[in-house]
Design a protein around this ligand. Sequence first.
Ligand SMILES: Cc1ncc(COP(=O)(O)O)c(C=O)c1O
Length: 341
Amino acid sequence: MRAIDLRSDTVTRPSEGMLDAMMSADVDDDVFESDPSVNRLQEMAASFFGKEAALFCPSGTMTNQIAIQLQAAPMTEVITEESSHVYNYEVGGISFNARASVKLINGDTGRISAYQIDQAINPVDIHKARTSLVCLENSANRGGGACYHLGELERIHKLCRDRNLKLHLDGARLCNAAIATRTELKKYGPLFDTISICLSKGLGAPVGSLLLGNQKTIYEARRVRKVFGGGMRQAGFLAAAAQYALENNIERLRDDHDLAKKMAELLLECDYIESVIEPETNILIFGLKSKYKPEQFLNHLKENNILAVGIEGQAIRFVTHLDVSPNDLNHIEKILKSFSS
Ligand SMILES: Cc1ncc(COP(=O)(O)O)c(C=O)c1O
């Protein structure tokens, strides 16, 4: 029996419909920009999210780093939240790729406000790095999948425009945020200079991320993708999976969010749980009371065919996705309730 895998929404396998779309994809060579499936995906995604152009890349790390490299010059500074993916989980790429420094803001479950950003912008001073770029994350992974509401994004957009700063969105899970906050996808595009969207998370494609921006930015992004070694040839097989994901797997994210809420309710009934961040989307972060060891809890789950990961200290993360079903809840409940130290 396959395990109930709650480690991440990156673990999904392509569905039959997605595999059919991949097998029948029309492909050519994307480095020559002549792969029809990649071209179709890029045009479709740009229009979906309200931007002029898009670039298909192998990973979310690559789309984020291309955006940062293009918009933060050496000796400038990037503002981001202290638990953000771009700072914590991209191998120090901001310093390595862009040679820029970083100012971290302690936000609210991974989100920062226009006011906090305003306070973090460096004054004009020969000693200081010039602030160049703000990076947001929506939904915020380490914030338990918390989402920005459109009003705050509009305030941040206006501040960045007035202060001549570029604004990038790590939207690895933007579709989850859009579903949870009932926001039309098209509304996000005009607020950001660049957006990175992951196709291999909740959307269920096997590989891929899209960088969205205006024509000029995406033209330059294609060059940076090449120097990162990310130019792919018959990438249309992957683009067909991505297109299938955008066409079929966005609305159903609501089911993943409902499932995460039900799991949160189960956890609240367990006496070994210290706290649960109420999930807005598909990420559920909770803490064990100090006398319980995370490894013991995770081993108990694993011995009973449930996989999850610890994230820091007593905190554990469950992520729901299209390969976890409401039918799994009974088993999850039984195993959660049978844990004791
Ligand atoms: C918020 C966020 N951004 C970016 C990424 C990077 O995506 P990838 O694993 O495709 O490089 C992840 C991956 O988990 C993520 O959670």
